[in-house]
Write a protein that binds this ligand. Structure first.
Ligand code: 5AD
Ligand code: SF4
Length: 436
């Protein structure tokens, strides 16, 4: 049977969200439609993430749960990084999986669905030289904030990380393709574009780097905001740092993972930067843009991490005063060098360190939010709030701001920030404040 409706479930990072959107557009172009909320879909795409914990097991149990009460099931596509890592093995472990498609091959999804309809069980985890993006339909729909993948893959080979294996070598999309897609997104309603890449600041097309691309997008009228994520500390070049001081549309927010504050651990992680060189980069960024919000990623319990190493991590957290952060317990990933290192850390110790780290990070993000009170700023409305008349928008520093306003989703609203809540801010719309 040829499926008519689909549902895509994306897990993990923003790149997966982007990939999920693009797969949806591909299926739409085939005449399929997204299944309505609550309705069964003929095709379910599980767009999986492999970065941490029992990723493969979770994917298989998600597959199992797609069986319906009457015993029937949708056509099931396993996509994303677990698909890449498991390949044909996925169908041996779970016969319910009709097709397996890796992150670099999903432009073939419609064709593979047709093969299943003819009785096939296709698997494609190739990383072809020609770009999947070339096979993609133009962008027609967008919310106020749109993801745009400009770079994929990673050559850094941090010893804990599966990305270089699941997403392959670093590749940059060409300049013209990106600018064309950005314009299409703005025409489709995007006010903000978030440039995505596993190492987005390594993006290059010939002599042009990410800073040049940001300056080109700055010239698109109708586009209000530019962001980018995720960056690697060693690719923060002078041009990109300068752009933070000079490009008005580039938001004052930088996600720059450090992972650990201990040079010994950073070396074992193959991070190619030290705590000191990281701090020096942050200082340069702050000199260019003093109000910038810094965000980071941390791993606790990397093999061999001592209490003293962990305290170095707490110290770097205090030095940087992160506005927000993501922190994780180390999770051994099959096939990565760190998985076979000695001195794996006991789970209780990891739990304890993660708690202590998260407490410290929360103190800093609360302090950052408090320092925003009293500022006038502009937010991009992206959601309807729960209270009547309430809308929620994003500040330049990526906090959610609650405000009473009649402005619709997609509007830019000037607000006076009045209140710091645990994970967000409260504000008053300025036109309203003036009238009151
Ligand atoms: N275990 C724990 N955290 C990990 N990350 C990547 N690989 C692992 C792993 N094996 C974290 C890093 C990275 C973020 C995306 O996920 O902090 O920056
Ligand atoms: Fe993974 Fe390191 Fe590459 Fe980031 S830089 S994707 S953590 S290998």
């Amino acid at each position: 049977m040829t499926p008519r409706t689909y549902r895509i479930k994306s897990f993990g990072c923003q790149m997966n969200v982007y990939d999920g959107e693009r797969m949806g557009e591909l299926l739409n172009a085939q005449g399929m439609a997204e299944a309505a909320d609550g309705a069964d879909a003929d095709l379910v795409v599980l767009n999986t993430c492999h970065i941490r914990e029992k990723a493969a097991e979770k994917a298989y149990s998600d597959v199992g749960r797609l069986r319906r009460e009457d015993g029937s099931r949708p056509l099931i596509a396993l996509a994303g990084c677990v698909a890449q890592a498991e390949g044909a093995e996925a169908q041996r472990r779970s016969p319910m999986i009709d097709l397996v498609v890796g992150p670099q091959a999903y432009h073939r999804l419609p064709e593979m669905v047709a093969q299943v309809a003819r009785g096939g069980r296709p698997v494609d985890t190739d990383m072809p030289a020609i770009s999947k993006f070339d096979a993609m339909p133009a962008r027609r729909r967008s919310g106020p904030s749109a993801f745009l993948t400009v770079q994929e893959g990673c050559d850094k080979f941090c010893t804990y990380c599966v990305v270089p294996y699941t997403r392959g070598a670093e590749i940059s999309r060409p300049w013209d393709d990106i600018v064309t897609e950005a314009r299409a997104l703005v025409d489709a309603g995007a006010r903000e574009i978030v440039l995505l890449g596993q190492n987005v600041n390594a993006w290059a097309d010939g002599a042009r780097g990410l800073a040049d691309l940001i300056r080109a997008l700055d010239a698109i009228s109708g586009l209000e905001r530019i962001r980018y994520t995720t960056s690697h500390p060693t690719d923060m070049d002078d041009g990109l740092i300068a752009a933070h001081g000079e490009v008005a549309k580039l938001m004052p927010y930088l996600h720059l993972p450090v992972q650990s504050g201990s040079d010994r651990v950073l070396k074992a992680m193959n991070r190619s930067h030290s705590a000191e060189s990281y701090l020096a980069t942050i200082a340069r960024v702050r000199a260019a843009r003093p109000d910038i919000a810094i965000s980071g990623d941390f791993i606790v319990g990397f093999p061999g991490e001592t209490e003293a190493d962990f305290e170095d991590t707490l110290r770097i957290v205090d030095d940087v005063r992160y506005a927000s952060a993501y922190s994780f317990k180390y999770s051994p990933r099959p096939g990565t060098p760190a998985a076979s290192m000695e001195d794996q850390i006991a789970p209780e110790i990891m739990d304890d360190r993660l708690q202590r780290l998260q407490r410290r990070l929360a103190e800093h993000s609360t302090a950052f939010n408090r320092r925003c009170i009293g500022k006038d700023t502009r937010i991009l409305i992206d959601r309807v709030g729960r209270k009547p008349g309430q809308m929620i928008g994003k500040s330049p520093w990526l906090q959610s701001v609650f405000v009473e306003t009649a402005a619709p989703i997609g509007a830019m609203v000037d607000v006076h920030l009045t209140e710091a809540l645990p994970n967000s801010l409260g504000g008053v719309a300025l036109a309203q404040a003036a009238a009151a």
